[in-house]
Design a protein around this ligand. Structure first.
Ligand code: PMP
Length: 384
């Protein structure tokens, strides 16, 4: 009989070249696979081989838990990119930036359990802030919700608050600033030239960065925090030591190898590559949404970028889609009916009239997303 032909996902037909009409565009997760081709082009310089006897100790030769060479390269990276002041600042590594979110809360929160610190963020915000605060169920801090409703309901004078400021923001890409002006945790996961113009170096008390959205290596699980105050640094460092005795030496070695490639030629090859992909995706996405009145995406504002020394539009990691029609109050369901999976507004404590679409997945994922969006918007044009 006939040989059974098994095609890859989404393809069918006799020679597996036809796109299946059933295929769903999955734009849900923030997995940064868009940078995989860059690392394929840089295999030799970015690969490591670790002998069995290497780095067996808990500690480095200087009895610390952090590689001083890696710390040096991170400082160098920030000075090349111009996105953070690191001179005279302390640094702590974490298992992704995720681990550092709670470590920072621990370091900044009050030790007086009769008045726990209130943890706040501005809607729409990254759900992990609330998720971790609730999970830890600490006596020293609790989740207080949205900064804007907090402002109107409370006189913040005697209240101990810690505000998460995500800049650029996940999901909408805004370069946020503190609303309350008290203690802050600046989450700079996306503060890199491929997602946003860099108007100047961030000089905040506590700034969190991650390898995940810089080089795309989310699976390596590496983040770092830059801290002004010595006491805060010591508390945060204690958290990492007590929780894990520091982070994996294998991870630190791999990150070192990767960062050496990132800072080659002053960062030009990596950031050019990453920016060009993001710009191309935004150009094509903007073109589709410009033909729609039913759907809109966030407005982007040009800013001067110190790294490129020119004015540029941001190219955020996510599109924040709004369904404009009165009846489309569940935007995720509207998109899903057209085989587009996003992340609903309520995930970010916003209205479900909004949905987040990830633009940092693979090229195939993005092409499928554009195809399904084009079909969806053309229905609308057909109906006029
Ligand atoms: N902060 C923000 C705003 C994020 O979007 C993410 C990842 N999606 C993280 C922190 C955590 O990333 P990681 O733990 O991989 O560093």
């Amino acid at each position: 009989g006939q040989p059974v032909c098994e095609c890859y996902d989404c393809y069918g037909g006799p020679d597996c070249s036809e796109l299946s009409p059933e295929c769903v565009a999955d734009a849900d997760s923030g997995d940064p696979i868009f940078l995989e081709p860059f690392w394929m082009q840089n295999v030799a310089d970015s690969s490591i081989l670790i002998p069995g006897w290497h780095r067996m100790s808990y500690q480095y030769d200087d009895y610390t838990l952090m590689s001083t060479e890696l710390e040096y390269y991170i400082r160098k990276l920030h000075s090349i990119v111009g996105n953070a002041i690191t001179e005279g600042r302390y640094m702590v590594f974490g298992v992704g930036s995720s681990q550092l979110l709670t470590a920072a809360l621990y370091a900044l929160s009050s030790e007086n359990s009769s008045s726990p610190s209130n943890i706040l963020a501005t809607i729409p915000y990254y759900p992990m802030y609330k998720g971790q605060t609730v999970l830890f169920n600490s006596e020293n801090f609790e989740f207080g919700g949205d900064t804007n409703s907090w402002q109107s309901n409370n006189s913040t004078n005697n209240m101990d608050v810690i505000e998460f400021v995500t800049s650029p923001n996940n999901p909408d890409g805004e370069l946020k600033k503190s609303v309350l002006g008290g203690k802050t945790i600046y989450d700079h996961a996306y503060f890199w030239p491929h997602f946003t113009p860099i108007p100047g170096p961030s000089d905040r008390d506590l700034m969190i960065f991650t390898l995940s959205k810089l080089s795309g290596h989310a699976g390596v699980r590496f983040g770092w925090v830059i801290i002004k105050d010595k006491e805060v640094y010591e508390k945060l460092s204690k958290y990492i030591t007590v929780a894990d005795l520091g982070i994996s030496k294998d991870t630190q070695l791999r990150v070192l190898k990767l960062l050496k490639v990132v800072i080659e030629k002053d960062g030009k090859p990596l950031f050019e590559f990453a920016y060009n992909i993001m710009k191309d995706r935004w150009d094509r996405l903007t073109c589709i949404f410009s033909k729609s009145t039913r759907f809109s995406i966030q407005k982007r504002h040009p800013l001067h970028c110190n790294f490129y020394n020119e004015t540029r539009l941001p190219s955020p990691a996510y599109a924040w889609v709004k369904c404009e029609r009165e009846e489309d109050d569940d935007c995720g369901a509207v998109l899903e009916a057209s085989k587009i999976i996003g992340r609903s507004g309520s995930t970010f404590s916003a209205k479900n009239r909004y949905t987040r679409l990830s633009l940092i997945k693979s090229q195939d994922d993005f092409e499928m997303l554009l195809l399904r969006l084009t079909e969806l918007v053309s229905l609308e044009i057909g109906s006029v």
